[in-house]
Structures are given as structure tokens and as C-alpha cells.
Design a protein around this ligand. Sequence first.
Ligand code: GTP
Ligand code: MG
Length: 203
Amino acid sequence: MFEIKKAEFIMGFAAGSSFPPEKRCEIAVVGRSNAGKSSLINTLCRNHKLARTSAAPGKTRQCNYFLINGDFYLVDLPGYGFAKAPRGEKESWGELMDRYLSSGRVNHLFLLLDIRHPPTDEDRQMLAYVVYYGIPFTIIATKADKLAKTKVKPAANLNAKLCGAPPYAIPFSSETGAGREELLSRIEAILADRNGEAEGSGQ
Ligand code: GTP
Ligand code: MG
């Protein structure tokens, strides 16, 4: 099975700075503030000190690049929907996301939805954005440990549907590690696709 053997923090990029020049396969993690993006990266990499997390929303303030297995990037993005964020900060977040998503750098996007809450307008907007830019995506229902086992699958799938996506989401928990293997298989498939594309383009 595909495993993450090495994860290194490379750099953080804020509004106004440029992205890494080196082109690698890039998987970005987006979602509402506090949805569990940084925790998901830590759980995938089995390193709880890799990305900084916090119980208070608005922890991640820039695009943080992690180089995985010396091969591809996982990118932790700042969350949206953080009501207390100052207006100026919301604007620079919008600019940063615009610039990032339209850059053509992103090979795949993980859109995180907290399994306990129906998607917000901002979640739907984000998905519409991702579809507009033609970025392949996977919906992930986070904090699956917060629901009774029998409710997890239906709630995850319903949230994907309410967000405007096909009715399927991978339930995930950073507390229990549920969904970790499915997500690693997903990453393996994304990387295989990338390799297939590279071969195809040479013909
Ligand atoms: P921002 O950086 O503010 O956008 O937030 P984020 O999406 O990166 O969330 P983060 O990973 O910092 O987690 C937010 C809070 O939710 C923290 O208190 C985490 O411990 C908690 N949390 C994250 N994932 C899970 C999970 O799967 N289960 C439970 N029970 N709590 C979680
Ligand atoms: Mg974060």
C-alpha cells in the first residue's frame, strides 16, 4: 500500500509572494476555518507537529507547502468563513485563493466539510470555483468520530450532495485515523494519473 515516508515543511506563501517555481504534483486542502485541514495533513503524515492546528478558527494564514516523499506537494490552505477575520485579511485571502486556484498548479483538491454541519454558501461557492477552474476534487467529511457509526456514511454523502457535488464523500477522522487508508489510495491514484499524463504527453 502507498505510504507517506517523509514529510517536510517547505515554505509558506502569503498574498503578494510567489509560489514555488519547482513544478511538482500538487494536492491542495481547502475548507472552512476549523474544518480540520491542518489536522488531516498531520494524520496522513503521522506527524502531529507538521502543520499547526488550533481549536480557535483562523489558525492557518498562508499557503503552506509540504513536500511528501521528496516527490509531490500537499498544500495546507487558510480556511474561509472565519467571521472574526478583519476585512483586509478576508480580501487578501480572496486574492490569494484566486491567484492560487487560477494558477494551473493544482492537480487535485481535497474539499473538507465538517460532517456535523450542512455545507454553507461559502462551501458551495468554493466548489463552484473549483469546478469553474476544472480542478479535479474529492470531498472529505471530517470529524467523523463525532457521529454515531451508522450515521457517518449517509451524513458524509448527503453533505457532498448539498454542496453541489456528486453524493459521495470520504468520511475521515483525525482522532481515530478512520478514512486514512482510503485517502492514501486516492493520493496514489492521483499520482498515477499524473504519471500517465506525463507519458501520454510524450507521444
Ligand atoms: P484553519 O487553519 O483555522 O483554517 O483550521 P483547520 O481547518 O486547519 O483546522 P485544524 O486542523 O486546526 O483543526 C481545528 C480543530 O478541530 C482543532 O481543535 C482540532 O483538534 C479539531 N479537529 C480536527 N480534526 C478533527 C477530527 O477528525 N475529529 C475531532 N474530534 N476533532 C478534530
Ligand atoms: Mg489550518
